[in-house]
Ligand binder design. Structure first.
Ligand code: NAD
Ligand code: GLY
Length: 352
């Protein structure tokens, strides 16, 4: 088992290893004084791991209530948020009790926002079961739900008390979800770690989960500790995401996050070559790695459509946008551009 400590507004541990689910009850007793748990999960993950987690909790004396949502992004909404906090109230949860998110990023973001706001903040533990949640969403304290026409528009920064990543759970992850998470791993390697890039280029990520998740979480930890509230350096974690979010929106969310980020990384790198930030060789290596993980690289939308979608993102106000531009493998820089220049970047990135 590996351990990464995150020293943010709350200090917590991220535990990564096989067979950790069964220990969750023991781990909780060091964190909270209450004995009530609201277990939040989706139907697919709960069917696979719900019993195991509930048994471990009840054996340690906790009383467990459940809130199970249908799997998928459409469940990350205000109405489920409202149902969840009502259920927490009915179950008489107090600030000494805990919400446990068992699942991917959808469950984590919804449960985290409920934990952040219920009685102005109750206990929160994340048990990520998707690769994306393990390397990204479970760490760093961003919680949110979507509005009908805008992703993550209502949320809060709220750090968990513990992240328990049992790598055994990743064995049941569907292939499409695995490659979605791989896109985020590729992102970490591009922004800071050429060694990680070479590692995942030579060996499939799934063969090295413990090591790779630990590396990614450590990279994210460093950004979060320096810029918890996303005002500066943390934006580096958005490599591939500015165009990626726009691609997701233009596809009406039929292109999943990981694939959109893969296209976003490939296209910004293509444009970065034209603008003289990096060499052809960097773009070829990145495109090769993205394709190795069966992820797409081609932009198929119109530049203007993508720009309109990017500008409606909460991070891109005042006509100025921040894009993360690669300089070489393992090195990126943050650049501010005017929205008119964005069209140019998008077209050089392959947009129509
Ligand atoms: P998800 O939660 O929808 O999970 C993907 C699918 O995999 C679901 O159908 C789920 O049921 C299934 N699944 C998860 N674990 C499984 C397992 N072990 N075995 C079998 N099936 C399993 O999506 P995701 O990709 O995990 O997360 C995407 C969400 O995360 C988005 O809403 C995104 O906005 C959010 N996100 C948040 C942050 C953050 O910092 N808070 C960062 C990145 C993404
Ligand atoms: N996923 C980007 C961040 O947490 O800042």
């Amino acid at each position: 088992m590996n351990k990464v400590t995150v020293n943010a507004s709350r200090k917590y541990e991220v535990l990564i290893g096989a067979g950790l689910l069964g220990n969750i009850g023991n781990k909780l007793s060091n964190l909270i004084t209450g004995m009530k748990v609201m277990l939040v999960s989706d139907d697919s993950v709960y069917a696979l791991y719900g019993d195991k987690v509930e048994n471990a909790l009840t054996e340690s004396g906790y009383s467990v209530s459940q809130f199970i949502i249908p799997h998928g992004e459409q469940s990350k909404n205000l109405s489920n948020y409202s149902l969840l906090v009502e259920k927490m109230f009915e179950a008489k949860l107090t600030r000494n009790d805990v919400v446990i998110a068992l699942g991917g990023g959808v469950v984590g973001d919804l449960a985290g926002f409920a934990a952040a706001t219920y009685q102005r903040g109750t206990g929160f533990v994340v048990v990520p079961t998707s690769l994306l949640a393990a390397v990204d969403s479970s760490v760093g304290g961003k919680t949110a739900v979507d509005l009908e026409h805008g992703k993550n528009q209502v949320g809060a920064f709220y750090q968990p008390m513990l992240v328990l990543c049992d790598t055994d759970t990743l064995k049941t992850l569907p292939y499409e979800e695995y490659i979605n998470g791989c896109a985020e791993v590729i992102k970490y390697s591009m922004i800071t770690d050429e060694g990680l890039f070479d590692l995942i280029d030579n060996t499939p990520i799934k063969d090295n989960y413990e090591k790779i998740i630990t590396k990614c979480v450590s990279i994210k930890r460093d950004f979060v500790e320096e810029d918890e509230f996303d005002l500066g350096k943390r934006m580096m974690l958005n490599f591939g995401h500015t165009f990626g979010h726009a691609i997701e929106a233009c596809s009406h969310y039929t292109i999943p996050h990981g694939k959109a980020v893969a296209i976003g990384m490939a296209s910004i790198t293509k444009a970065a070559v034209v603008h003289g930030y990096c060499l052809d060789e960097t773009q070829e290596k990145l495109t090769g790695l993205i394709e190795k993980y069966d992820l797409p690289t081609e932009l198929t939308f119109k530049a203007q459509e993508l720009l309109d979608a990017a500008l409606s993102d909460k991070k891109n106000g005042h006509g100025l946008m921040r894009i993360i531009v690669p300089k070489s493998i393992g090195k990126c820089t943050i650049k501010e551009i005017y929205k008119d220049d964005c069209i140019d970047w998008l077209v050089h990135g392959g947009a129509r």
